[in-house]
Design a protein around this ligand. Structure first.
Ligand code: SAH
Length: 463
């Protein structure tokens, strides 16, 4: 990841290379700093009287980052850590620029508080939504530029999940550094070191003069402090001592914290939670997971004593193998082994093995079936297997416009054959329920948008 800051000469900043005095980094050479997670380099590709540009290149060793932590998973080795700006950039800034951020310059003290025309760029930042990036920086007065090249120009995959952020503003260097220091981990929302009480102190030291008036202050504090409610409340309380007694404000803080927490709580786990609740409520003892994939739902089902027989079905052998590994089926004792079973099969065909269950879940599967063949699915499930209850989830196409990363008219998943609006799903579900003697009701899953509904829609069919 790379941070670039460029200053152009003004009457106060003459020559522009005086930027080096503000940063306490000499423009003449390349400097290298060892970090616990890699190396940071500071160098000046441009150092002239009129223009001065400093680069901070942070090289992260993603393997070194997890070494000795014991928990192993592939995504700790294959991830965006080396190139996407994150809390690690802030850690590096703390080492490189703490004097500058504290507003001290031995050689040019008069420049510390001087607003200077600055341009910063960060390559690259995670883009959960461009609007969110703007909401963080624009209230601070920055002209925000976001450059999101396509993920692969030769393929129709849409824009990359990261982009180059440029910020332009006339302000003291220390302010620019402090803003970046606090907001990079907020954009990343995934701090890679322990967040303790001293993080509250660091946040206050770097943000006490600008955060209290920032419209996103609650989200910023919550995400900076890794969504730890107690720390967030403490930080906001110390930032705005007059306001904490105010009940309405406290309520607002809670909502914002919750919003900040729910964002990273993936839709997937919300969906599994909603389906689990519906199945448990049906009082089922035997359950089918139709199109179980790699076993996300099965893993939750096995935890519940209520279920004495659990069967996952999928057409993809590879998915079943993964499910078997994740559930450690080969290591189960005899009692457990009769309780859970994986079956290879297609939901398009009548299958005697699937008859006689109390409930069935079919989570994010129907949209993978060719629409003309849905009829075969309906008959195989509702007419032939005929579980007591059937819980079906599918994307709500209307909600897609909320996700800025999803180009208009594009499906969420490349294998989706269709994505239905709420009206389309209801019409289909009501017709199926009526035809096969079920009653159906609908519940939203995920955050509900007033006009667009929720990202996932769920239909609960009961005989
Ligand atoms: N329910 C899982 C997986 C959803 S992905 C989860 O929520 O994580 C859709 C799954 O449906 C895939 O695993 C795919 O292999 C399976 N699938 C697609 N067509 C199928 C069919 N005709 N019969 C059975 N499974 C099918």
């Amino acid at each position: 990841m790379m941070l670039t800051i460029e200053a152009i000469s003004t009457p106060a900043l003459t020559p522009a290379t005086d930027l080096g005095y503000l940063l306490h980094k000499n423009p003449a050479g390349v400097q290298r700093f060892e970090m616990s997670f890699g190396v940071a380099h500071v160098f000046y590709p441009v150092a002239q009287a009129e223009r001065c540009r400093v680069c901070v290149l942070v090289e992260v060793d993603p393997v070194g980052l997890v070494r000795g932590r014991g928990d192993w998973s592939l995504d700790q080795y294959v991830n965006d850590r080396p190139y996407a700006a994150s809390s690690l950039l802030s850690v590096a800034m703390n080492t490189l620029f703490s004097t500058a951020m504290n507003g001290r310059s031995k050689e040019r003290p008069q420049l510390v508080a001087e607003p200077l025309p600055l341009r910063a760029s960060v390559a690259v930042v995670p883009m959960q939504g461009e609007a969110f990036v703007r909401r963080l920086f624009e209230p601070l007065g920055y002209a925000v530029g976001i450059d999101r090249p396509p993920l692969d120009a030769s393929l129709d995959w849409g824009p990359a999940p990261t982009g180059v952020l440029t910020l332009e503003h006339t302000l003291p260097v220390k302010d620019l550094l402090r803003h970046l220091y606090v907001l990079m981990p907020v954009l990343d929302n995934d701090k890679h070191y322990w967040v303790g009480k001293d993080e509250v102190d660091k946040l206050l030291a770097r943000a006490a003069d600008w955060l209290p008036t920032h419209p996103e202050k609650e989200t910023i504090a919550a995400r900076y402090l890794k969504n730890q409610r107690r720390l967030t409340r403490e930080a906001l309380g110390r930032l705005m001592p007059d306001e904490v007694g105010d009940a309405e404000e406290t309520e607002r803080l809670r909502d914002a914290e919750e919003a900040a927490i729910e964002k990273p709580l993936s839709l997937n786990s919300q969906r599994i939670g909603a389906v689990m609740a519906a199945i448990k409520a049906s009082n089922a003892a035997s359950v089918l997971d139709l199109g179980c994939g790699e076993g996300n739902l099965l893993r939750e089902l096995v935890k519940e004593k209520q279920f004495s027989r659990i069967v996952g079905v999928d057409v993809a052998i590879r998915a079943l193998e993964r499910a078997s590994e994740r559930l450690r089926l080969d290591r189960l004792g005899d009692a457990q082994r009769t309780r859970i079973e994986l079956m290879h099969g297609s939901l398009m065909y009548r299958d005697q093995r699937l008859v006689g269950f109390d409930a069935a879940a079919c989570v994010e599967v129907i949209e993978h079936l060719d629409e003309p063949r849905l009829r075969a699915f309906e008959r195989a499930v509702f007419e032939f297997a005929r579980p007591g209850a059937v819980v079906i989830t599918t994307p709500n196409a209307e909600y897609n416009s909320v996700w800025e990363t999803l180009p208009a008219g594009r499906y969420r998943h490349r294998d989706h054959r269709f994505e239905w609006t709420r009206a389309q799903f209801r019409a289909w579900a009501q017709r199926v329920a009526g035809e096969f003697g079920y009653a159906v009701r609908f519940l939203p899953v995920g955050p509900v948008d007033e006009s667009l509904g929720s990202p996932t829609q769920m239909g609960i069919f009961e005989r």
